[in-house]
Design a protein around this ligand. Structure first.
Ligand code: P6P
Length: 347
């Protein structure tokens, strides 16, 4: 769908009401997604102010950096984005609890407010190392059901495989602010109309081409990769004279939301594989609020998502901030990368 939105604009609210009317989502999930979208609008405004808003640079005070549970220096906008999402979701009555990349543990909704039946997980501002250099960043979120009978959820209640997600999405803060969402009925893009402050459906049913000539990986880690990854990328680089029989292009924005938005839009494969540096931690990217929501979106758009050795959405989580290797994007290309790993392991 290209320009149809100009004649009959479908807002995010109308899309969600139509999904509810069709019986695919309930009123609480509709409210949850609207609340998250509203928080993303506030984050977009804060990100867009940059230096003018005094929000660039590292968090912390008196020269003392603020370090999060990931062991990463927090940016001021990391902290602000987290606060915006926490405040927005505290009082609506749709959530039982929430978990964030920026918080050591999950947090039940305060007893001051009614609790709902959903768990919200998010990376409030992914790619934040790019903020100070004005490169696209984004918010990633995942929605799970709170286990039956659990009133005060703990970290263990979040440890559900990606197949249990009821919704997932991201908001990319780039030249446009675009919310990409799935509730299990396709992947759809909503662009923020800043004049009226509303997300408008601009692509209904994103589809990832099954083949691609574009890969996204941080090549500076090549010497640390496992042999199957060395072999896979080595053959990509051989181009049409090599076993793949075609030339490939490379992109790496180092902002997962931006790299994934590109492949959802025009195809490609994104990979952050194991390397000898991150292998002890299980990988670089986080399963619960980066890999799983992105994998849900990609599969709903006809793509594939894997750890290299297992379908991502079937990984049984063991820890809230668990890390995994990631391969996702054009289905046939992901299957090829997985085959390099299977052949290596079989040998
Ligand atoms: P590297 C951003 O910090 C992030 O979590 C992802 O958004 C991104 O894909 C990756 O890390 C970039 O990692 O090692 O290339 O800086």
């Amino acid at each position: 769908m290209t320009d149809a939105h100009r004649n009959d604009p479908v807002s995010l609210t109308r899309y969600l009401i139509e999904e509810q009317r069709a019986g695919r989502i309930g009123p609480d999930l509709r409210l949850l997604i609207e609340v998250v979208a509203r928080a993303c609008k506030r984050i977009s405004i804060a990100v867009g102010k940059g230096a003018l808003g005094g929000v660039l640079g590292d968090a912390g005070s008196a020269g003392q950096a603020s370090i999060n549970v990931q062991g990463e220096a927090q940016k001021k906008l990391d902290v602000l984005s987290n606060e915006i999402l926490m405040e927005a979701n505290a009082w609506g009555g749709h959530l039982a609890g929430l978990a964030s990349e920026e918080m050591d543990h999950s947090q039940p909704i305060s007893g001051d407010y009614p609790r709902g039946s959903y768990l919200l997980l998010f990376d409030p501002l992914d790619g934040s190392s790019n903020i100070d250099v004005n490169v696209s960043v984004g918010t990633i979120f995942s929605v799970l059901r709170c286990p039956e009978g659990v009133v005060t959820p703990t970290d263990a209640d979040y440890l559900q495989p990606g197949t249990a997600q009821v919704a997932a999405g991201y908001c990319v803060y780039g030249p446009q602010t675009t919310l990409v969402l799935t509730v299990g009925n396709g992947t759809h893009a909503f662009t923020l109309d800043r004049e009226i402050g509303s997300f408008t459906l601009t692509t209904r049913g994103m589809r990832i081409p099954e083949e691609t000539k574009e890969f996204a990986v941080n090549m500076s880690n090549q010497r640390f990769w496992e042999p199957p990854m060395q072999a896979y990328v080595g053959d990509l680089l051989k181009g049409k004279e090599g076993p793949r029989g075609k030339d490939f292009n490379m992109r790496w924005i180092a902002s997962m939301v931006a790299d994934v938005h590109r492949l959802l839009t025009r195809g490609g494969i994104f990979s952050y594989p194991l390397d000898s540096k991150c292998a002890p931690k299980g990988g670089k990217l986080r399963l619960m609020y980066e890999a799983n929501p992105m994998s849900f979106l990609v599969e709903q758009a006809g793509g594939a998502a894997s750890t290299g050795r297992q379908r991502m959405l079937e990984v049984q989580p063991t820890a809230l901030h668990q890390r995994v290797p990631v391969f996702l994007g054009s289905r046939h290309e992901v299957e090829t990368a997985v085959k390099y790993h299977a052949d290596h392991d079989a040998a």
